[in-house]
Design a protein around this ligand. Structure first.
Ligand code: SAH
Length: 371
């Protein structure tokens, strides 16, 4: 007899779930129910789908299961930011960061284990690319955090959560700014985007994909996943400096990125985001600010100025506060919308890759093999 391996229901697209339900001789609405319980009720196993009879659950369990990310570590910052370290069956780990502000719950998710971009300021770059995440592993970060939030007692001080449905305190916004370069894992990220919008139900307007600037994929994205917000990690205004701090610039120089941005279709009222990590003495001069104004002329955008968050993996320095303010002033005086993004969750190693790096160091010193 041939042993049939069980199907991981989270791996399946919507169409594949419908097909499986049909193949099992079950009515079509069971597929909708299954999707609802996995993506909106965040069940961790088939047994938890209480809308299904015991017989139906037994039937499904014979052929399928629901996988779950394992929470390896959770840290809460004094500013309310939380960082989750999740592990997979192959022992690899990724980070997701939950940011709370103005009634929004934004989850910053990872798209790869490690990253191949090699940016000088980024700690994730230090471990190189280990592997791409599958679309369900990308989406599961949202499901896992939503489940954690749901199981938490309502905050007695805020009075929020009481008497409200579970979704009332769920994640509202998604940013692809965790570990990895999302456009280098294009197909899985596009499928994840479809599941986040279509199955979890987060609107495209509330999803931002951040890229180091993979030009052909920036051009392709609007056709494959239209109306997602796009953020570009620009971080420099000359190819000389950008080549040095972001090696990907040798392949796709600044002018090619800006040209691709000018072609990115924007819905009325929407803007591109340019991220600019300010590094002391490297890219934080008044000349840089003026060059940035010229580069972005005519592009509907906003700029997030992020003071470099120093870490053990880099000799680069954060900018002095007065430089950050001066940089912003120059942009604002030329009618660009520039916001200073203070580094959230510094006390919990919230910058890209920091928690994973620490966990790996600790493992290494405990005698485990880390890679
Ligand atoms: N690869 C994608 C997404 C991951 S990086 C990208 O390049 O956009 C997400 C953001 O974190 C980028 O804007 C990056 O410039 C910023 N970043 C990385 N390390 C940082 C650090 N040490 N301090 C401040 N910002 C950092």
């Amino acid at each position: 007899m041939l042993l049939r391996t069980k199907i991981n229901l989270k791996q399946l697209s919507k169409d594949e779930i419908c097909r499986l339900i049909g193949d099992e001789g079950l009515p079509g609405y069971r597929a909708e129910q299954l999707i609802h319980w996995m993506y909106k009720r965040h069940v961790s196993g088939i047994d938890d789908i209480t809308e299904f009879s015991k017989d139906l659950r037994r039937h499904l369990k014979k052929i399928a299961f629901i996988s779950n990310l394992k929470l390896a570590e959770r840290l809460r910052s004094s500013d309310g930011t939380e960082k989750f370290l999740f592990s997979f069956e192959d022992g690899q780990t990724i980070e997701s960061v939950l940011i709370r502000d103005d009634g929004r719950l934004t989850l910053c998710i990872s798209s790869q284990v490690g990253c191949a971009m090699g940016c000088l300021f980024c700690l994730t770059a230090r471990c190189g690319l280990i592997r791409n995440l599958k679309s369900y592993e990308i989406v599961d970060q949202i499901i896992a955090v939503n489940r954690i939030l749901e199981n938490e007692a309502p905050d007695p001080l805020s009075g929020k959560g009481e008497g409200k449905p579970p979704s009332a305190k769920g994640i509202t916004n998604i940013v692809f700014m965790g570990m990895g370069e999302p456009l280098s894992n294009f197909d899985e990220v596009v499928e994840a985007l479809w599941r986040i919008t279509g199955l979890i139900g987060i609107s495209k307007r509330k999803i931002t994909l951040s890229t180091a600037g993979i030009v052909p994929k920036i051009l392709l994205l609007p056709r494959k996943a239209p109306d997602i917000n796009l953020a570009i990690s620009l971080n420099a205004t000359t190819d000389g400096v950008r080549n040095e701090i972001m090696p990907v610039n040798r392949r796709y120089p600044i002018r090619s990125i800006i040209a691709a941005c000018r072609k990115y279709p924007l819905q009325p009222g929407r803007r591109l985001t340019f991220e600019y990590v300010l590094i002391g003495g490297k890219n934080d001069s008044a000349d840089d600010a003026n060059r940035l104004v010229s580069l972005l002329k005519g592009i509907r955008c906003k700029i997030n100025l992020i003071p470099f968050n120093p870490h053990h993996g880099s000799d680069l320095k954060g900018p002095p506060d007065y430089r950050v303010l001066e940089f912003q002033k120059i942009l604002s005086s030329r009618h660009l919308r520039a916001f200073i993004r203070e580094s959230r969750g510094r006390d919990i190693l919230a910058a890209c890759g920091q928690l994973r790096a620490r966990a790996s160091r600790e493992k290494a010193s405990a005698g485990y093999i880390t890679k």
